[in-house]
Write a protein that binds this ligand. Sequence first.
Ligand code: PGA
Length: 248
Amino acid sequence: MRKKMIAGNWKMNKTVNETKNFLEMFLPELVSDLVDVVIFPSFLSIPSALEIAKDKIFIGAQNLHFAIQGAFTGEVSPVMLFDVGVKYVLIGHSERRELFFETDGMINKKILSSLSYNLYPILCVGENLAEREKGITMDIIKSQLAKALKNVSPESMNKITIAYEPVWAIGTGKTATSSQAEEVCKEIRTYISTLYNEQISEHIRILYGGSVNPTNAKELFSMENIDGGLVGGASLSEDFIKIIHYNQ
Ligand code: PGA
């Protein structure tokens, strides 16, 4: 049985004070026995968020550099994140790929580096609208997965979560239908079994992300191959609580 994960990607939102206020106000309601809850605030807010969240929910990082230290102005390393107590890190989000020109090669380096510093990557993959319309969704996703997971050992795969995020559904209010999302998540699982083996593919968590909200969460998360969600906009408000408790 895979435990569900519901993760909130706050992107470039909320100051340190806003982060503290949100967590101080809502922490009891953000906790669930049934799902692992993770919030990804800005780098600046991570230490305060960790202090408030204790071990009740996880606090993650939205990005990292693959080097351990050095002359990389403006970057944050895996060692620094591990040192403050971060467990999960988002890698390969479509905004990083598109707006910050991250390539599959860089994403692979970030995955390998995270793993060697005991961080747990959430690898984001997904097609854009033109790719979906051309019918090449799975070609794109398989290529993203194969390149991102290059040289990742089978033993490390238990630290990885995959987030399927169709680019056309992110921040657009246009959610994939539960059957569209399930179809791709199922194919991702099958592909992981060909890259690794069935045991690994059965164990790995695959999240859906893209305009998840309190209304569509239950149907999406009830699908056999969808193990939770990566939530953007709706994680910034009390809607996130409703999404975490989607099953009640
Ligand atoms: P959204 O973002 O929920 O606002 O569509 C999802 C994401 O970018 O992870």
